[in-house]
Write a protein that binds this ligand. Structure first.
Ligand SMILES: [Fe+2]
Ligand SMILES: [Fe+2]
Length: 203
C-alpha cells in the first residue's frame, strides 16, 4: 500500500480544534460537539484511546491500582469502545472502500483492521472482568491478568498507529463533503442525537 499522497503523518485539519482549545484532555468521553467534523471526532477518540492505554498500563504495573482509573477504563470499555468500533466498521470503512482508488489498496488495510477488531472482541471481556473484580475491591491483578492487560495495550497501540497513519489520512483525502455529512449523521444517530440545528441565513 502506498501512503496517502502528501497527507500521511500530517495532522491536517485535526490540528485546528487543538489550536482553538476545543481539544479535550482525553480524560472524559469525546465531546459530541465534534461530531460536526467526524474525522476530528475519530482523531480525538484515538487520542482518548491512547490515554486509556496509559491508564491500563499503570493499572497493570501498580501494586495497588488507583480505583478511579479502574472505574474510568471500565466505563470506556463498556460504553465508548463499542460505539467507536461500530463507527469504523459500519460507516467509515465502507465509505473508504467505496471512495479509495485501487492503487490505494485500502481493502487490505481495512481487512487487517477488522481482524484486529475481532481479536479485540475476544480480548476485551477478560480485561473487563479483571478490572470489574478490582473495582469490587478484589486483590491486585494476577500475573496472568497483568500479562493479558499488557498484551491488550500493545495490540491496541499498534492498531491506533495504523489507523492514524493510513485510515484517517485516506479519509481526509478521499471522502467527499457529502460522505462526511452522512458520516456525521450516522455517528450522531448511533449516540441517540438528532440532526444538528441548521443555521438559516435570511436573504
Ligand atoms: Fe479506531
Ligand atoms: Fe479500529
Amino acid at each position: 500500500m502506498r501512503p496517502a499522497p502528501g497527507l500521511a503523518g500530517k495532522e491536517g485539519p485535526m490540528r485546528s480544534h487543538a489550536d482553538t482549545g476545543r481539544r479535550s484532555d482525553c480524560l472524559r468521553p469525546t465531546d459530541p460537539e465534534l461530531l460536526s467534523d467526524p474525522l476530528a471526532f475519530f482523531h480525538e477518540d484515538h487520542l482518548r484511546e491512547r490515554e486509556i492505554c496509559a491508564m491500563l498500563e499503570r493499572i497493570a504495573t501498580a501494586d495497588v491500582p488507583r480505583s478511579f482509573e479502574v472505574t474510568h477504563v471500565l466505563g470506556f470499555l463498556r460504553d465508548e469502545l463499542p460505539l467507536h468500533l461500530e463507527d469504523e466498521e459500519q460507516d467509515l470503512f465502507p465509505l473508504l472502500r467505496r471512495r479509495c482508488e485501487p492503487p490505494d489498496e485500502i481493502g487490505k488495510a481495512i481487512d487487517r483492521l477488522v481482524g484486529d477488531h475481532r481479536r479485540s472482541d475476544a480480548q476485551t471481556p477478560p480485561v473487563e472482568a479483571a478490572l470489574a473484580r478490582l473495582e469490587r475491591g478484589g486483590d491486585g491483578l494476577s500475573p496472568d491478568e497483568r500479562e493479558r492487560v499488557v498484551a491488550y495495550v500493545g495490540h491496541t497501540r499498534n492498531h491506533l498507529i495504523f489507523e492514524n497513519a493510513i485510515i484517517l489520512p485516506f479519509a481526509r483525502l478521499r471522502l467527499t463533503d457529502s460522505d462526511l455529512h452522512t458520516l456525521s449523521l450516522r455517528m450522531r444517530q448511533r449516540r441517540g442525537l438528532g440532526r444538528p440545528t441548521e443555521t438559516t441565513h435570511a436573504g
